[in-house]
Design a binder for this molecule. Sequence first.
Ligand code: SF4
Length: 164
Amino acid sequence: MKRLVKAINEVKKRYEQDEIPKIIKGAKGIAPEVVRLREQDFATVKCETCRYWEPKSKNCKVLVIDVEATQTCDAFQGLESGFKKYNIGRERIESFKKGIIKSKALNLKVFQSLLSPVGWLLLIKDGLNHIYSLELNDFVDMTSMNNGWMQDEVEKIIKSGKEG
Ligand code: SF4
C-alpha cells in the first residue's frame, strides 16, 4: 500500500510540474469554447447530472458561469445519484462481450488536460463518442488499482509524451 501511495504521489508531482501537453495555465474558470459548451449530446449526459453543476444557482464549478440543466460540455462528470443503469441480462452477456470488442466501445482516448478551479481534469472520449472528464487523482487511482499500471510503465508514457 505504501508503494502504491508513493507511486501515485510521484505521478501527481510530475503532472503538477507541467509535464502534460496542452495545459491551460492558471486555475481560473475554463472558457466555454475550450470544453465546447453545447446542448446535451445524450439523454444521460447533461449539466443536470454532472457533479460540477449547482442546481440552486445553476453555476458550473469548472466554467464558473451559469449553465442550463440541458447543456453539456467535454468536462462532464456523472453524479453518483444521477445516472441511469443499463440492463444486459445473463443470456446476453456473451453477445455483450463480443459487441464491446467489435465496436471498440471501451477504447478510451485522453485528448486534453485542463487546470480548472476543481483541479486537474483529463478529458476522455470513448468508442461510443461519450465525452467526459476524470479528475487527475481519480485517473491515477483508477489506472493504478483497476489497470495495475506501474511506475516504470508510467515513466515510459511520460517519456513518449515528452518526445511528442
Ligand atoms: S462541467 Fe460541463 S457538463 Fe458539468 S456542469 Fe459544467 S458545463 Fe455542465
